[in-house]
Each structure stands twice: as C-alpha cells, then as structure tokens.
Design a protein around this ligand. Structure first.
Ligand code: B12
Ligand code: SF4
Length: 502
C-alpha cells in the first residue's frame, strides 16, 4: 500500500456565489509544495464536498486533512464534515487553521474531532507538523501550534512574522488543475474578472473588537510592491483578471508601498480595492492619493466604527482617529473620486440600556452627517460581537455583563450563533431586540435612499423607485416597519455587504 502521507486541504463553503481564490489553503499548499502531495477541495465549488473528500480518503493514500475555518457559515460544513470523517476514517489527522480555531481553540479541541490547530500563520508550522508526524518526532517545539496533551490545551509560542517576500510562490497553476482558475475570477462592481489577493498579514493596531488582534498582536508584515505586482500580472496575463480585491486586514499601512504598487499597476488598467484606516490614510499626501486613484483604486474600505470619541477610546481604536476626522476625511475623498466605504460598529456595551440606545441614536445621526458631506460614502453597519481579546478592558466589561461563548462546538452552528457571527443579531446581554430593530430598520431606509454602488444587480430604475419611497422616512427619522422598502429590495435581491462579506 502507498504511504499515507498525502494531504487534503479543504475550504468549507463560505459564499453562495461569487467565491474567491481560496487563498488560505493555497498558502498552505505552497508551504508543502514539492515535499508532500496535496489536493485542494473547495466547498464553494462542490455540490457534495464530503463525497469528494471521501474519494481521496478511500485511496488510502491521504493521512492529513486540513481545514480553513472562519466563523459564520463556513463552520457549518467544517463541523459536519470533520465529525463525519473522524468517525469513518479515524486514522485521519485533522488539522484546523484560520481565524475561528485560532481564537476559539478550547471548543474546537474539546470536540475531539480536531487533532491540531495552527494558531495564526501556518507557512512554517504546517510543514513542520507534518514532518514531525511523518517521522514520529516531537512536535512540542513547533511554533504556532495548539493541541491537547494529557487532556490539557497546550499552546506553543508564537513565531515572529515571516518575511512575506521569502514565502514560496502560490501554486496557481496547480490550483487550476483542480478547478479552472477563471472560476474564481468573478464579476463584481470592480470588474468582469475580479481576483482576490492577500498582500500582507496582521495589523499594527490593537482595536479591542477585532479578531485580528489576539492572533497578530499588533504585528504586520507585507510583501513588497514588486512581488504583489508580479503575482497580479501573472494572473492577469494568464487568466484575464481585470480587477483586484485586496483581502489584507490593512492594505495601506505603508504609504510608500501603496504608492509604489500604484505606479507599477497603473499601466495594467486594472481596478482595485483594499482596506485601510482613516487616520493612517488621512496622513497620506494629496499627491499619493492622486497616484492611488489614477492607478485604478476606485473604492477603499475603512473601519470608521463610531463617530463618538469616547466610544473610539472604548474600542481602543488607537491612532488618532476622531469623529471630526471621519467626516472631514469623507469630504477629502470626494476630491480624489475615491469612494470611501465606511463600516460602523453599533451596540457597544454600556452601563444602562438607555445609554446603549442613546449611543445607537447618536451613530445613526452621525452616519447621516457623513452622508450629507459625501453622499457617495458607502455605509456598512455591524453590530458589536465580542472577540476573546484576553486582558482587554472591553472583553472584561463584556464578561462582567454576562456574555459567554458556546461551550460545545456544534452550538456555534445554531441559527442564533450564526447570526452572531454575521454580526447581525449578536446575542449580547446589553442589546435589546428593539435596538436591533432600530439599527436594521435605519439600515433599510438608508440603503433605500442611497443604494449601494457595489450592488451590480440594481439598475437605475430600481434604484430610483426605492429611493423615492425611502427619502420621506429618512428626512423625518421614521424608520419603524419599513416593509414596503424591504419588499422591493427582496424582490430585486438587494445585496448586503455586511453579511455576505464585502
Ligand atoms: C476572504 C475573506 C472572506 C471571503 C471568503 C474566503 C474563503 N475562504 O472563501 C468572504 C467574503 C466570503 C468572507 C465572508 C465572511 N467573513 Co471573512 N474574511 C476574508 C478575509 C478578508 C481574507 C481571508 C484570506 O483569504 N486570508 C488570506 C490567508 C493567506 O490568510 P489566513 O486565512 O489568515 O491564513 C493563514 C493562517 O490563518 C493559517 N491558516 C488559515 N487556514 C488554514 C488552514 C490550514 C489547514 C492551516 C494549516 C493553516 C491555515 O495559515 C495561513 C497562511 O499563513 C479575512 C481577513 C483576512 N485578511 O484574513 C476575513 C475574515 C476571516 N472574515 C471574517 C468574517 C467575520 C466573515 C463573515 C463571517 C462576516 C463578514 N461580514 O465578513 C463572512 C461570512 C459570510 C459567509 N457567507 O461565510 C473575520 C473573522 C473574524 C473572527 N471573529 O474570527 C475576518 C478575520 C475579517 C475581520 N477582520 O473581521 N470572508
Ligand atoms: S485597524 Fe482594522 S484590522 Fe487593525 S486592529 Fe483595528 S479593526 Fe483590526
């Protein structure tokens, strides 16, 4: 019999349509390329991923099954399939990586069907773990691991972030053998064939509501502008990409790198998008913003979070961001014809329900002020869902108010916790149903008055009809029961970036 050392890498379903290049597992494939044989299974592209995984396991050649898991709908396939595989093929070593297991290791390992978690980057940890297991060598010294030893959760130390330019190239050609790469280059408002690329890891800030912080602890490392350009150009030339979504947590940390990249990409006539901080980009020179726009950057996603400086402090937003700056910057973006996409986090904990409600009303008014200075600003509204940032003031506050995560892995896929993950209805003790209703109703009306440009299904006539209906409510602050708008939006299938991902 062949040696059982091949690896399956599985990306559980995360999107209903318009799925992206599965960068998480593609990076892991790159880390073992040439050493171990691997197969990629993308739950987004498979009607029956379980059967596909079994078709490999039945050969008896595959001993390792790696899952990438983020919270939300991806957990569904991850839990169901991991559980079934562990029962049917108990010799399979199950390894989970990604944001969910890194931030919630206890519930994952307590399930007993996951053997190892890669805590944060797996580029070194994964091949070293496979080497150790293949050769029956100790794995206790491998960095970025979480596992159980004698029934106790054991975390190894974290590795320094690697020089991103030194990582092996992503095996796009091999991915293309599993799924035609063109399948991952979907139509978006940016272009006909949009590619997803991840050019840096981590983030230098420590916002206390953000899942990136416990993993990266204020560290950030990026590929150089030249490496990013080379990769993008390869996909453009070979598979016809005409637009790029940068999936970095914070693409614009370095002004120089952003400008260098812009100069390189400009002749390629591609449209692109990335995520940034307002206070960081507000320091960029006008000339840099001009170069960035001219190179094809049409829209930038910013975590505005709150218009209230006290709340920004509670969120440990760091840097120098203020409410006044958020408004000023929205106006500044007009000059460069870059659409700012502002996300807000509503429903932070406070001492009394009245205070929580007051804060929600404040943010609603603030959002209206932003829209007044730059109506093109896209607004994304999340409700606050705690992340387990050990030692943070905010997380302490949250626990004191009686918030607790599920203790059993399967509970994470109950409908209630799924909406927690989607940051829609977060089950936090300080948020009352009427507060959620107010937020969502306001959002419905707002989206009616200003339909999002990122929704390519909405034509001019549809937009205008919904706008007319919504404007009266918006002007008079009457958000309750906006059934007529909802009906039309549903009928015309309005897209919600806040739950479908950007
Ligand atoms: C692309 C993306 C998506 C895509 C889907 C991606 C896919 N897999 O198909 C879409 C747009 C569908 C999406 C949706 C959502 N997403 Co999302 N997503 C991302 C994003 C921007 C990039 C992920 C990525 O490709 N990273 C690139 C790779 C290289 O990095 P990586 O995943 O960290 O992988 C490294 C390590 O983690 C580790 N690793 C990861 N997987 C594995 C697997 C194995 C086997 C091993 C060994 C190691 C390993 O090794 C890798 C290399 O070092 C991240 C933020 C980010 N920048 O990472 C958010 C992020 C993961 N998403 C997040 C969330 C919350 C969601 C949503 C649930 C909600 C929302 N509104 O966005 C929705 C769910 C909707 C749905 N229908 O599922 C959060 C998770 C927060 C948390 N609490 O944990 C993140 C962190 C964004 C954020 N800052 O809040 N998302
Ligand atoms: S700046 Fe953005 S990515 Fe960085 S810690 Fe804050 S919210 Fe997270």
């Amino acid at each position: 019999m062949a040696k059982i050392n091949k690896v399956i890498l599985f990306n559980p379903r995360s999107a209903i349509a318009k799925y992206r290049i599965p960068n998480s597992i593609l990076n892991i494939a790159a880390s073992i390329e040439g050493k171990y044989e691997w197969a990629i299974i993308d739950g987004n592209c498979e009607a029956d991923p379980m059967e596909k995984i079994e078709s490999y396991l039945r050969t008896g050649e595959y001993g390792y099954l790696g899952f990438t898991v983020m919270p939300g709908p991806q957990l569904k396939q991850a839990i169901e399939i991991a559980k079934a595989i562990k029962i049917k093929y108990p010799y399979t070593t199950m390894i989970w990586g990604g944001y969910f297991p890194s931030n919630q290791p206890k519930v994952v390992l307590d399930s007993k069907y996951v053997d190892f978690i890669i805590n944060g980057p797996g580029d070194n940890a994964f091949p070293l773990l496979i080497d150790a297991l293949e050769n029956s060598k100790p794995y206790e010294f491998i960095k970025n691991l979480i596992y159980k030893a004698d029934g106790k959760i054991t975390k190894t130390i974290k590795e320094d972030l690697l020089d991103q330019d030194s990582l092996p190239p992503l095996p796009y050609d091999k991915l293309n053998n599993f799924y035609p790469l063109g399948k991952f280059l979907g139509k978006t408002y940016l272009g006909e064939h949009t590619m997803a690329y991840h050019s840096s890891i981590g983030c230098p800030f420590t916002c206390s509501f953000c899942a990136v912080v416990p993993i990266y602890e204020a560290r950030w490392k990026a590929k150089s502008a030249q490496t990013v350009y080379k990769d993008v150009k390869y996909i453009k030339d070979k598979w016809g990409a005409d637009a790029i979504e940068f999936h970095d947590n914070n693409f614009f940390v370095s002004e120089k790198r952003a400008v260098d990249f812009s100069k390189l990409i400009k002749p390629e006539n591609m449209t692109w998008w990335g995520m940034a901080r307002i206070d960081t980009m507000d320091k960029f020179k006008d000339s840099s913003l001009e170069i960035i726009r001219e190179s094809g950057c049409k829209c930038i996603f910013f975590g505005a979070e709150s218009g209230n400086d006290e709340i920004l402090g509670q969120m440990d937003k760091g840097g120098t961001q203020t409410g006044a700056q958020i408004i000023r910057f929205a106006e500044r973006m007009k000059k460069f014809d870059i659409i700012p996409e502002y996300s807000f986090v509503l429903g932070m904990p406070a001492a009394t329900p009245e205070q929580v409600q007051k804060q929600i009303d404040f943010e609603i008014n603030f959002i209206k002020q932003v829209k007044a200075v730059n109506p093109k600003t896209e607004i994304v509204i999340y409700t606050y869902t705690p992340v387990p940032t050990e030692g943070s003031e905010l997380f302490k506050q949250v626990q004191e108010q009686g918030f607790a995560y599920p203790q059993i892995l399967e509970d994470w896929i109950s409908p209630a916790w799924e909406s927690f993950d989607l940051r829609k209805n977060p089950l936090t003790p300080w948020i009352k149903p009427e507060m959620i209703d107010k937020i969502r109703n306001f959002e419905t009306v707002l989206n009616g008055v200003y339909p999002t440009v990122t929704d390519i299904r909405m034509n001019e006539l549809k937009r205008k009809s919904i706008k007319l209906l919504s404007s009266l409510r918006y002007k008079t602050n009457l958000y309750k029961y906006p059934y007529e708008i909802k009906l039309l939006q549903r009928f015309w299938k309005y897209r919600q970036p806040e739950i479908q991902g950007f």
